[in-house]
Write a protein that binds this ligand. Structure first.
Ligand code: DQA
Length: 142
């Protein structure tokens, strides 16, 4: 099974930025550990702070991967371009967030990309990524 993990703006600073909200651990390190925990899954990892680069990666990975895990950061809340890209490719996507966006400011309660995803996992910190992989794996084997 091939899973593409796509991260948007500022996720590269996880562990350093707003640790009270996003924790103190690095996302890169966590994803490396995750890859070793799922030796049968072929992962690709991508992070960009640029909306168009995220669209390019969805277009590239979305015809090859069996699933996409996407944390589009702030773009989640308003990017129709990322939502359209997710709809354009056959790979099912799971939207993830480290924080529980529904406990935060109202502008974080709306997701522009959720309607283009199979489901949403938010609020479990880095473990949100593992839960998304489990969800894709179950769908893949159903
Ligand atoms: C986030 C939540 C977004 O609202 C925020 O803009 C982020 C991170 C999360 O993982 O909790 O950058 O996607």
């Amino acid at each position: 099974m091939k899973i593409s993990i796509i991260n948007g703006p500022n996720l590269n600073l996880t562990g350093k930025r707003e640790p009270d909200i996003y924790g103190t651990k690095s996302l890169d390190n966590y994803l490396q550990l995750l890859a070793t925990a799922y030796p049968d899954v072929e992962f690709t990892f991508f992070q960009s702070n640029i909306e168009g680069s995220i669209v390019d990666e969805i277009q590239r990975a979305g015809f090859d991967a069996d699933g996409i895990v996407i944390n589009a950061g702030a773009y989640s809340h308003y990017s129709l371009a990322i939502a359209d890209a997710l709809r354009a490719v056959p790979a099912p996507a799971v939207e993830v967030h480290l924080s529980n966006v529904y406990c935060r400011e109202p502008e974080r309660h709306h997701s522009a990309i959720a309607p283009a995803c199979k489901g949403v996992i938010a609020g479990f910190g880095l473990d949100s990524y593992r839960l998304a992989i489990e969800a894709l794996d179950s769908m893949h084997n159903a």
